[in-house]
Design a protein. Structure first.
Length: 381
């Protein structure tokens, strides 16, 4: 019995290390419950330190914004977490048991982002928590502008699925008989008010399921495949107060995606810079494309899309020579490698042909360097 138990523990440890990879930092999905648990652990440290929370009320975690892990002699978790001022005063509540107390985040209370560094060696029952303040953010009394975020984050696709029910029940948004399903989040903005507002632009596609024959509240699990027609972009306005289990969804149609011909798109849309970063690995692995230093994207110069049996994106992207050498950096994780474009480094425009079928997890990237004449019209600064 003891031998079997020991084998299970050893196997679990080895599997975890292989899955997470030793050494470098790896981005994780911040929506996972384990990261909110760490945020609650950190709440005690945060509220005991007057430099971190100088107010009289306890701060509670609202949302994990970013999560990274690193496997060393144990596991390091680095999080950025949004905390909100609660209705409980620090001297009248057990800070160790904040999660189980009946404290609520106040609508008009302060909002602050903290960085959490959590180092744990589970097999030694060892843990260490460090908390530092990143910045105060806006509250309901200081209505703030939207902040652009990475549209590829999984939580935005979760919101897109939530919005699918509202969209398909609204005849004005989807007059057809077939349910529309989300394909890709194109743009994401967040606003912190008396809660959190998410403004998204999402590409939806007509599915093989009829609206009157499927449970629209469970569309994600309904095994409906997206058909290669009937695509449209919708704007999603999602207002949430997680601490009150409150949410409100509004959906409006932006435009239909015309099948067949290429359409000009706004090159400043974040999704195109995401494609630029996807193409970076291929670009830098091609010895004909660049020399010893890594080229990283600076801005998207031109963007076109075409709906066929999937979606084709044709982009023109300005890349600049960085301070990172190709043989000393992980080209797969170049975006998080802290490389910077050198002021006097080379500049080049590349043509990116990106073909995607998101509903099949399929993508194909082709990269070619453009020969620019003096009449090309691109600003290389």
């Amino acid at each position: 019995m003891y031998i079997i138990a020991a084998f299970v523990v050893i196997y679990a440890v080895v599997f975890t290390h292989e899955a997470m990879m030793t050494g470098g930092k790896h981005d994780q999905d911040p929506i996972k419950p384990e990261y909110m648990e760490i945020a609650w652990k950190a709440a005690e440290t945060l509220n005991e330190d007057a430099a971190l929370n100088s107010g009289s009320h306890a701060m509670l975690p609202v949302e994990v914004l970013k999560a990274q892990t690193q496997v060393v002699a144990g596991v390091i978790y680095e999080l950025e977490v949004l905390y909100g001022e609660s209705n409980c005063t620090k001297d009248n509540v057990s800070l160790v048991k904040l999660k189980t107390n009946d404290c609520k985040v106040m609508d008009e209370g302060r909002r602050t982002i903290y960085k959490i560094r959590y180092y744990v060696i589970p097999w030694q029952n060892y843990e260490k928590i460090e908390v530092s303040k990143v910045k105060d953010t806006v509250t309901a009394t200081m209505a703030g502008g939207g902040q652009e975020d990475d549209p590829s984050r999984s939580k935005y696709m979760d919101i897109a699925w939530k919005a699918a029910k509202t969209l398909n029940e609204n005849y004005g948004a989807n007059p057809g008989p077939y349910a529309m399903m989300p394909i890709r989040v194109l743009k994401a903005q967040t606003h912190v008010v008396s809660g959190v507002i998410y403004d998204l632009e999402v590409l939806y596609g007509e599915s093989g399921c009829r609206k009157d024959e499927v449970d629209l509240s469970k569309l994600k699990m309904a095994n409906c495949g997206v058909m290669n027609k009937g695509m449209a972009v919708y704007k999603i306005h999602y207002f949430a107060k997680p601490w009150k289990n409150y949410e409100q969804i509004q959906v409006s149609k932006v435009k239909d995606m015309t099948t067949g011909r290429k359409q000009d798109q706004d090159p400043s849309s974040p999704e195109y810079m995401d494609i630029a970063w996807k193409a970076t690995k291929m670009l830098n692995e091609d010895s004909a494309a660049t020399a010893s230093y890594v080229m990283i994207p600076m801005r998207v110069v031109m963007a076109k899309s075409q709906v066929v049996d999937g979606i084709i994106y044709d982009l023109r992207i300005l890349y600049g020579e960085s301070n990172c050498k190709k043989n000393k950096v992980d080209l797969v994780n170049l975006r998080t490698a802290n490389c910077r474009v050198m002021l006097r480094g080379k500049r080049a425009v590349y043509k990116i042909h990106y073909y995607a079928k998101p509903w099949q997890n399929y993508e194909q990237i082709k990269v070619s360097k453009m020969k620019l004449s003096s009449k090309a019209g691109f600003n290389l600064d």
